[in-house]
Design a protein around this ligand. Structure first.
Ligand SMILES: CC(C)(COP(=O)(O)OP(=O)(O)OC[C@H]1O[C@@H](n2cnc3c(N)ncnc32)[C@H](O)[C@@H]1OP(=O)(O)O)[C@@H](O)C(=O)NCCC(=O)NCCS
Length: 195
């Protein structure tokens, strides 16, 4: 795409076909019972996640904070505004979160994808497979037409996850979101349903 400072085409992995063999079943709907494991994960991965996420209050890194975050997510799910899921590893353990956020209906039929994975679960295709599954949820189960995701330019791992799933960069948004305490530029990606 012209006019953007990063050539995301160059980030496409070499055609080894690795990601075509992604593990099966990598997400499920979040439940209140996930609070303890998610609290452990956000505490254990606080430094790893900090550069890529909004600043979180200290309460987020507690059992109660995670229980509250889950309850809010499930309320948004009930209202049709969000699809909150956890990412599972090969043994079925919770290793991260992935959401469809800001579900908009009407003429837009669009939602935003957001995700994080524990550091020690990275590097083996779980996030890529989880996004693939969320794409199916968004298009087939939710009947959406479009999925969007934004990453800061430095987040090449997240961009690679999106590109492996067929997302294309469609924009560059200056000072778009407050990440790690600063208004940061974002590369904007989208995937359109074939309809
Ligand atoms: C972004 C994030 C989810 C990406 O995680 P990841 O581990 O790079 O992604 P995956 O789980 O899909 O693994 C991909 C890696 O596994 C390899 N891999 C092995 N088997 C694979 C398979 N079957 N399918 C896909 N990739 C596979 C890929 O080649 C790639 O390797 P590389 O890291 O050497 O390039 C993770 O870094 C993260 O949580 N970061 C912090 C939060 C964040 O940035 N969230 C997104 C904000 S926009």
């Amino acid at each position: 795409m012209s006019g953007v400072p990063y050539d995301t085409e160059a980030l496409r992995p070499s055609p080894s076909g690795l990601w075509q063999h992604a593990p099966v079943i990598t997400t499920r709907l979040i439940t209140p019972g996930d609070a303890a494991v998610l609290a452990d994960l956000v505490v254990g991965n606080r430094e790893f996640l900090a550069p890529w996420e909004p600043v979180r209050p200290d309460s987020y890194f507690t059992y109660d904070g995670q229980a509250e975050a889950i309850a809010e997510s499930l309320e948004r799910y009930e209202r049709g505004q969000q699809v909150p899921r956890v990412i599972l590893d090969e043994a079925g353990a919770v290793v991260g979160r992935i959401n469809l956020n800001n579900v908009v209906r009407g003429a837009f039929q669009s939602a935003s994808v957001g995700y994080w994975l524990a550091q020690d679960a990275g590097g083996r295709g779980l996030a890529t497979a989880a996004v693939a599954e969320l794409v199916a949820v968004g298009f087939d189960e939710q009947g959406l037409h479009r999925l969007e995701a934004g990453t800061i330019p430095e987040n090449v791992r997240s961009q690679a996850v999106l590109l492996r799933n067929g997302f294309e960069q469609f924009g560059y948004a200056p000072r778009y979101l407050s990440i790690a305490g600063r208004w940061q530029d974002h590369l904007l990606f989208q995937l359109l349903r074939d309809d």
